[in-house]
Design a protein around this ligand. Structure first.
Ligand code: SF4
Length: 350
């Protein structure tokens, strides 16, 4: 048996029973691939079921409002994926009359669909010979074939991509791609894989050379950026607050948040409170008092940045223009630290 046969045979006995594996419908496969990017199955599965229930067809997703889509996505992070999901559903509904395109080139042209996702959809739904290449694949192929080039270098990633194409199953490309991913997720895991129980152990180069823990080789990552988010939740005498839609290109675009003062370092209370009153948000003048809700910033970790987040409630003596009733604030799509804060303050402060 060659590599691909052995991977397929392992998959037949060990694969997890997941709903998107019971269909070759491109809508379901695409949805699962977008949701599962950078997400564990246990976390992504409820979202997949929620999306399919709420938007059974691509046309249903295309017709939804952006806020409805972001709200359904809330908590998964990487919100640009949700916006791209929506844009692609609209494109498929209009440009392709609701039927996903069947070529790699056309799939790659859809928003939010990169080489990995296009390869997965192409192979699973249309039997295209397009190998998927991601962290799992880098790890399995590096170890099994003993590749010592750094996988996050141009040369290393090209080498693995070529190798992935050579060793893939030509008869069953979709199953093979899923099998390789599953093998990386369950058997050839990043730390301490159970090589004694591995059906590929007799021909694995890393195991023979005692290099399992050293492969794949990776160049050091760039430093994580620290950002300090000071949120002010204004509350007027009618128990209204203010939510502002984020328009920046960076994180959380399109989601709502309380007035924000971002700083490079943690701000002392007086400085933060003075700055917020210095006309940053003119509507918030004449506060009666500030209440700091978390004396120690909570840390929200994203892939390349750590956010140190504090929340203050700011009681106002006057009504807010465009205010949102506190009883309705949780219906808005918001980043997860704000959703958690809303849940806490709803019960503790009002
Ligand atoms: S023997 Fe170990 S390192 Fe090699 S493929 Fe199997 S699990 Fe991975």
């Amino acid at each position: 048996m060659d590599f691909s046969d052995r991977i397929l045979s392992w998959y037949a006995q060990n694969k997890r029973d997941l709903p998107w594996r019971k269909t070759r419908d491109p809508y379901n496969v695409w949805l699962s691939e977008i949701i599962m990017q950078q997400t564990r199955v246990a976390q992504g599965l409820p979202y997949y079921l929620r999306f399919i229930e709420r938007f059974p067809e691509v046309a249903d997703l295309a017709r939804a409002s952006e806020e409805e889509v972001l709200k359904t996505w809330q908590g998964l992070g990487y919100y640009s994926r949700a916006r791209n999901l929506h844009a692609t559903a609209q494109r498929v509904a209009t440009d392709y009359q609701g039927t996903f395109p069947a070529t790699y080139k056309e799939l790659m042209d859809l928003k939010g669909v990169g080489p990995y996702t296009a390869a997965a959809i192409g192979s699973i739904c249309f039997d295209l010979l397009t190998p998927v290449v991601d962290g799992n694949v880098y790890r399995v192929l590096s170890r099994y074939f003993g590749v010592e080039l750094p996988v996050n270098s141009g040369e290393g990633s090209r080498y693995i991509a070529d190798l992935a194409g050579q060793v893939m199953s030509k008869e069953s490309p979709g199953n093979y791609n899923q099998a390789l991913m599953e093998f990386g997720a369950l058997q050839c895991i990043p730390r301490n894989p159970d090589c004694l129980a591995c059906p590929l152990s007799d021909s694995c180069v890393a195991l023979a050379k005692k290099k399992v823990s050293q492969l794949p080789v990776k160049l050091p990552k760039k430093a994580v950026r620290k950002r300090y988010f000071n949120y002010f939740m204004p509350v007027d005498p009618d128990f209204q607050t203010l939510l502002i839609k984020r328009k920046d290109k960076g994180i959380w675009r399109g989601l709502y948040e309380f007035p924000l003062l971002e700083s490079e370092l943690e701000l002392p209370d007086e400085k933060a409170e003075a700055q917020i009153l210095e006309g940053v948000f003119t509507q918030l003048n004449e506060p009666l008092k500030f209440v700091k809700c978390n004396p120690i910033p909570l840390v929200h970790k994203l892939s390349h940045q750590h956010l140190f987040v504090t929340f203050r409630i700011l009681y106002l003596g006057h009504g807010l223009r465009g205010g949102v009733p506190i009883t309705k604030m949780q219906s808005y799509p918001v980043p997860i630290p704000i959703a958690n804060f809303m849940e806490t303050v709803k019960n503790s402060y009002f």
